[in-house]
Design a protein around this ligand. Sequence first.
Ligand SMILES: *Cc1c(COP(=O)(O)O)cnc(C)c1O
Length: 400
Amino acid sequence: MQLPSDQAASGRTLGSEELANLTEVIESGTLTSTKGHFVKDLERDFAATMGSAAAIACASGSAAIHLAIAAIDPEPGDEIITTPITDIGGITPILFQGAIPVFADVDPITLNVTAETIAPHISERTRAIIVTHLFGNPVDMNEIMELADSEGIPVIEDCAQAFCASDHGRNVGTIGAIGCFSFQQGKHMTAGEGGIVITDNAQYARRMRLFVDKAWGYGDTNPDHYFLALNYRMTELQGAVLVAQLKKLAANIEARRRAAHRFVDGLDGVLGLTLPTERPNTEHVYWRIAVQVDETVIAGGVSALAQTLKELDIPAGPRYIQKPAFDCEVIRDQKTFGTSGWPFTLARPEAVAYDRDRYPGSYDGLAQVLVFPLNERYEDAHIDAVVEAVAKAVAELAIV
Ligand SMILES: *Cc1c(COP(=O)(O)O)cnc(C)c1O
């Protein structure tokens, strides 16, 4: 059975609504968000949907993280605690702003950071904590906010995979100081590329509004380029698509949740698999379905299971990313600005010590995770085909 793909029309809800908005933009001749209304509409509607005071659209999810770091405005060598198991676009903006990414380990099952893994990394130089709600599963925000508030450290939420995921009734992205989202092709809503940040903090909102547009003080009595910034603006073409996509978001999330629950119910009790669960009072929005594979029960573990599934025409990715971020050249070999290694040259040795034994959850979690693609166009029959193939493959590989 051909499964719908989020890289093409089969797995996306792009249609006449997006086309109508795009036609309006093209016919208007105004493709820049500085003059058009779609990006402004998107910002207003997105903030309202999430329940936050302000939203600022930008060019990508990486740009959204960069906006958040620029709002915090760290001094060179200040530290920002984050996760090694995420898209690198969630990490490199820290370095562009002259700060040091300090990696907290993750829980080996959820691959999410926890208050317990973050706490040992807090130092006098910690300026922010970034939490990533990986695969759409909210991190435990109560315990993390308690820790961060007690230290007076702002929390940035990377929600690129977690649109409308919630923890105790609140949407992720509105619990910490700033929430960051990506509209890249494979996310919950898309314009191919794009990003947005949300915040209730007026000062952060102001700095991010400036940072997205060369820090020029539009509308001020004596405008100037106030500080170092780039052009990270979203175009009206992206805004037009995203205004239409946002109206479909709730239904798309419902479809993903229904499909994921059918997957979990279908494989309930299969030995050797740890299926995704939802902590009490949270809603997981299933960007992907991440399953842990026990190699003492399933011969050959993740790779053998993925290979057997491939032969059955079912896609499943072993490891979510090849390796923890600190094992990538940019960080491991400090390939940053020329040959300087800056800003790592400013780091405390302790902050950049990536010894394997400090990160058991990251290594174990990556070695055991099998990631099943998912999108809003999965129907019951698609999930049933996946479930049947997984059950068959596990039975073949079972160590009895
Ligand atoms: C996709 C993603 C990003 C980066 O978004 P881009 O739009 O690709 O720049 C950052 N963090 C996470 C968790 C992501 O999934």
